[in-house]
Structures are given as C-alpha cells and as structure tokens.
Design a protein. Structure first.
Length: 447
C-alpha cells in the first residue's frame, strides 16, 4: 500500500532518495532526501496531518506526514522524505522527517497492540514476544548483549579460552534433587546444573578457561531471583590459591559494572529517569566467614522465618543475605567465605586450618543476594573418593573426572556467576524474569 501526495514533485523516481538505515540517520543528514524502513512506535493525527515515531535498532525518529492516516503500533513502513529541523517545541528531537511517501509492508496495518503502560507483569510475560516492541523492554536486548560482550572481553584480556561444553550429561554437580531427568536413547541423562567439571578438564591445557552456557535447576522456587534455566558464566583457573581466585572474581565483577555503565549509562538514565544507577563497588570487597555471618545475624537481632535464632549449620536465605550486604557491607558487595563441608558439594577443597570448612565463597550483591559461588577444588584422588562416598555418589560414574587427580593435578579453582542476577542488579530490575528473553520457571515454559 503506497500513500503519497499527487504532484510532479512526488513523481520522481525512487532513486532520488538516499537509502539509509534508520539507526544511521543524524542531524548531519539535514535537508537530504532519504528512504528508510522501520516500525511505527506511536502515532497521533490532526485534521489533515499525521505525526508518528518510526523505530528500528533501538532508535526512533520523528516523522510528519501531511495527510491524515491511522497508523497502529508495529505497522511496518518504508518512508520517503526529507530531513528537516524539528518544528515542534514540545518534542526534544534534533530533526524530523517530512514524509512525502510511505509504503505499508504487505498492505497490512498492525492490529491493536495488546499492551500498554498499565499492563500487569503477568500480561507482559504472556505477550513477551510483543513486549519487546516497547522501548524499555526492547532495550533489555541491547543491555544483555552488551554485558555478554563485556564479560567475554574481560576474559579474553585475561588469556582465558572459551569452551562450549555439553548440556546433556550423566553426572550431577549440585545435588540430585534439582536435576531435570530425561531419556537419552536407552540411558538416563540430565540437563546440566553446571559445566564446572568439564571446565576442570580443560584448565590443565588452557590454564584458564571459561564458558557462557545454559544451566538448569529443577528448583520449585517461586521467587523474584530464581529461574529453572539460566545463563551461567563459569571459569576455572589452574595453579592458583584462594586469594587469586577471589581477586579474579572481584576484577570480573567490578570491571563488568564499570564498562557496562560507561557504555550504556546515559541511555539507561534516559529510559529509566526514576532509578539510580549502581556505583562501581570498591575493592577489596568486605569478607565474612559463614560462622561469623551466623553470629552477625544473631547480634543484629535478625531471626529466621520461624522467629528463632540462626545456628551454625543453617542455610542463610537470600532475604538475610541482603541484610548482610546492607548492615555488614554498608551497601557494598560482601564475600561470605568458608562454608561448612556439609553445605557444599564433593569437589570443594577443605580449609587446611579447619577441615570442617571449605575454601569456598558466595558473592552477595546489594538488593539481590548471592550472584556468584566459587571455591578451590579438591586435587587429591583419595579425598575425592571420600567426597563421593559422603554424598552417596558412585565414583565409577566420574571416572573421567577422577583422572584429573591422577594425571598432572595442580591447585585450581573456579566460580559460577548467575548472569541474569548480575544484569538484574545493573538494570535495577525488580524481577529476574526481566533479565532473560523468555523466562523458564515453575510458572512459564511459553512462549
């Protein structure tokens, strides 16, 4: 469907217009005649005039068409027109396009858009494929992509090798109760909880290795910070000590935050003027051992959900992790370290000064809770066998992993970062579902 003014001026051939991508149009194109493609974001009409915003690649341009036409949100348009100065004092735009002709793709005006500013969270998620057409939700794509690149750049600068491990496995890493089980031909298999064990096989060759892959947890946790499928940033480093490991994760987190806000901070402020961006955390992060964290909560009068005191051996839930960040960390991230052996999986190295504890840590982030978990790994064959027995695992299922303790072992460690939790913190999302394209949890497996 083509709309244009009938005049000799508008009978010029299309080649009179410079074809340009919408995202590349700028004030430097003033008075040029251009052709571009995009989608209608919003539209209003007067008696004999139409004003609309055309959007593509996270950018919008103001358009003026000197005829009345009803254009609905998401209608696909090719426009032909001239760049001119913005004549509206109400609009904060450097320029606008005086549209001389427009073509509606497939002659199809988009139907009425099912979402608006008042749409509920559940409605937004139900129409997740269309919610992306809104500026704030659409910007999530850019934010997520940018943070992924930033993390990869930091690993690359640190001489890490990226690997692509399998996600269908026959071993468990974080406990059998959270495994998604499936039939793999004539055998049982699982969706991976973590790629750590595979990264450990690569570390002796690459020295430093990482992966960014999906992990799966069959946890029936209906919270604002849990997903059943999430993006897991994992790394393993050879020939290091516990301090080296902590320094590495501190560098990754602080540098990621700095670069993310340097790149996108201004755009985030424009889209979300009501929120305050996070400060780049100061290094070194404050630290507290697990047993001291229990004492700290009790000293602060913080109770468990049943209104009793915490005791050593209790898990510390995310709501109390946030309190530790607020009160102990003074609003900064906190490293909780040296968890009890019974709290952690078979592969974690024991603290040489107290073998009831492990050389482990959780990185607690303000407003979120845990975003990273890491540890030094067991490098002794016999202690690994003891760990398997303690957790009721069959060492024969891990024969390939045990070979790492036989063929050239060394002191090594690693960590796993929940990518969506970090993005949630940086974008100040109130729900982790905003930090992933199509959330998978106990409530959603569609679209």
């Amino acid at each position: 469907m083509v709309y244009e003014e009938v005049s000799l001026k508008n009978l010029k051939i299309k080649n009179d217009y410079k074809s340009i991508e919408l995202s590349e149009i700028s004030k430097s194109d003033m008075h040029k005649r251009i052709k571009t493609f995009g989608w209608v974001d919003c539209c209003r009409t007067g008696k004999s005039i139409t004003f609309f915003d055309l959007t593509c690649q996270f950018k919008s341009i103001k358009c003026v068409y000197e005829k009345k036409i009803d254009l609905t949100k998401c209608t696909s348009l090719t426009i032909y027109g001239t760049i001119q100065e913005n004549k509206s004092k109400k609009e904060n735009a450097e320029f606008e396009v005086l549209v001389e002709k427009l073509e509606i793709f497939n002659d199809a005006i988009a139907p009425s858009f099912p979402l608006n500013k008042e749409s509920s969270f559940d409605t937004m998620m139900k129409y997740g494929h269309l919610a992306l057409r809104n500026k704030q939700r659409g910007f999530f794509l850019k934010a997520r992509s940018s943070l992924l690149k930033i993390i990869r750049d930091i690993f690359y600068e640190g001489n890490f090798i990226e690997i692509t491990p399998p996600t269908i496995v026959q071993t468990q890493v974080e406990g059998g109760s959270t495994l998604f089980k499936l039939k793999y031909y004539d055998k049982d298999a699982y969706l991976t909880q973590s790629s750590q064990l595979y990264l450990e096989t690569v570390a002796p060759v690459a020295y430093r290795a990482y992966c960014i892959a999906s992990s799966y947890r069959a946890e029936k946790s209906n919270t604002t910070r849990h997903l059943s499928e999430y993006t897991h940033v994992e790394a393993e480093l050879a020939n290091i000590e516990f301090e080296d490991l902590i320094n590495n994760i501190e560098h990754l987190v602080t540098e990621s935050i700095k670069r993310f806000y340097d790149l996108l901070g201004d755009e985030i402020k424009d889209l979300y003027p009501e929120i305050k961006l996070q400060n780049v955390p100061k290094r070194p992060f404050k630290r507290i051992r697990y047993v001291d964290a229990i004492k700290f909560l009790n000293d602060e009068g913080v109770k468990k959900d049943d209104d009793t005191d915490f005791v050593v051996g209790d898990d510390i839930p995310d709501s109390r992790e946030k309190i530790i960040c607020e009160r102990f960390g003074k609003g900064e991230p906190v490293l909780m370290t040296h968890f009890l052996v019974e709290h952690k999986p078979f592969y974690m190295k024991l603290d040489s000064s107290n073998e009831t504890c492990t050389e482990s840590f959780d990185l607690l982030y303000p407003g979120i809770g845990e975003i990273v978990g890491g540890s030094m790994r067991l490098d002794n064959y016999n202690k690994l066998i003891d760990g398997f027995k303690r957790e009721g695992l069959n060492p024969e299922d891990y024969d390939w992993y045990l070979d790492m303790a036989r063929f050239g072992p060394c002191s090594h460690g690693g960590y796993g970062l929940g990518f969506e939790r970090l993005l949630m913190a940086l974008m100040r999302y109130t729900n982790i579902e905003f930090a992933t394209l199509y959330p998978r949890n106990t409530r959603r497996c569609h679209p």
